[in-house]
Design a protein around this ligand. Structure first.
Ligand SMILES: [Zn+2]
Length: 359
């Protein structure tokens, strides 16, 4: 092994135990599976061939237009309308994450988008939970998402509660932020809070501080999906590099609000100009509770290892950075406390300690 001070290599990052908190099931399918499932149901895809389709998904992702970014999901969601298809996609998702060295993942999807062929919301969740549970050697918690432009969030929150001891670990809202503030779904969040359940909110991806403020202070989100615009409340002196935090940024750091940052996804949608200019570097330096995530592996052409590798190259992250980031994600998981402690003490810390010792 390389010396303790040598920068982590892509192979070493791949081998490290990793925890992933923000990954969309309908954004992480294998292109080969999309082709197979589409053929089975007669769904027409924009291009023929597995490699061509994979390239098409990524090209849409890099198109710079939100409309084109969202189009691929109409195809992945179209092929995920039966219990068998959902179970298969979930199992393959878990296999792919395990192969990337992920030891615990929380994967989200919106059940309301999978009922076009007559499945009930419970049947949809049941199929996905079965798929995740079929893969050994790692754990996958399900997050059920409600679409923020729709009006089913209370129903989906009730669904999360019905499944909370059977694989569902939390709730989320996703979709266009502008015009659909988190408080629109206050009933759902209050229902979850009254039942002591966990939730995260997609906030501060494109829309900025008001969205983060509502998510935290009106809705009491446990974590922020993205939350990257919290940098708008941080002033950095260009000559000294010294940072001054506004009230909201200070609150987020003081109370250790987990930020589910997704660098490549943000570059694709224009929320950041490049990985090197992505605020994840600054937020990590200022010791926010940063976690690094994949968002949509198929559309972004990424894995958690590749995201960590790209950030390591851009920001000069060391093993200590990677250890901290992994501990941040472990601490922020919606797992019961004893399971988080086990993951931390039996898996993450020993691996990093052994690496340091063996180097
Ligand atoms: Zn997301």
């Amino acid at each position: 092994m390389s010396s303790p001070n040598a920068p982590p290599t892509p192979e070493e990052i791949h081998a490290a135990p990793k925890v992933l908190l923000h990954d969309h099931l309908d954004g992480g399918l294998r292109a080969s599976t999309v082709v197979e499932l589409a053929a089975r149901i007669g769904h027409e895809l924009p291009v023929r061939g597995v490699d061509e389709l994979a390239a098409w998904f990524q090209a849409q992702g890099w198109s710079g237009s939100l409309e084109r970014y969202l189009e691929p999901f109409s195809h992945t969601i179209a092929v995920m309308q039966t219990a068998d298809a959902l179970e298969r996609v979930a199992a393959e998702c878990a296999e792919d994450l395990r192969a990337d060295g992920v030891v615990h993942a929380e994967v989200r999807f919106a059940p309301e988008l999978h009922v076009a062929q007559g499945l009930s919301l419970d049947e949809v969740v049941g199929a996905v939970v079965r798929g995740f549970a079929s893969v050994q050697g790692m754990s996958v918690g399900t997050l059920v998402t409600a679409m923020r432009h729709a009006a089913r969030s209370v129903e989906v929150a009730e669904l999360a509660l019905r499944w909370r001891d059977r694989g569902v670990v939390g709730f989320d809202i996703a979709g266009a932020e502008a015009g659909y503030p988190p408080t629109r779904h206050l009933d759902a969040f209050q229902l979850l809070q009254r039942d002591s359940a966990h939730f995260t909110i997609h906030a501060g991806e494109a829309f900025g501080l008001p969205s983060i403020w509502e998510a935290l202070h009106w809705c009491n989100a446990d974590r922020l999906g993205h939350g990257v615009r919290i940098v708008d409340d941080i002033a950095v002196d260009p000559s000294t590099g010294e940072a001054t935090l506004g009230r909201l940024a200070a609150f987020v750091r003081d109370t250790r609000v987990p930020l589910e940052l997704c660098p490549t996804s943000n570059v694709q949608t224009g929320a950041a100009a490049s990985i090197a200019e992505h605020p994840v570097g600054l937020l990590r330096r200022l010791r926010f509770r940063v976690t690094v995530n994949t968002d949509n592996r198929l559309m972004s052409g990424v894995t958690l290892s590749s995201e960590l590798t790209a950030c390591t190259a851009a920001f000069g992250w060391t093993w200590e950075d990677l250890r901290r980031l992994t501990l941040n994600a472990t601490k922020s998981a919606f797992l019961p406390f004893d399971q988080r402690v086990r993951l931390m003490n039996d898996v993450v810390k020993p691996w990093f300690a052994e690496r340091a010792g063996a180097a």
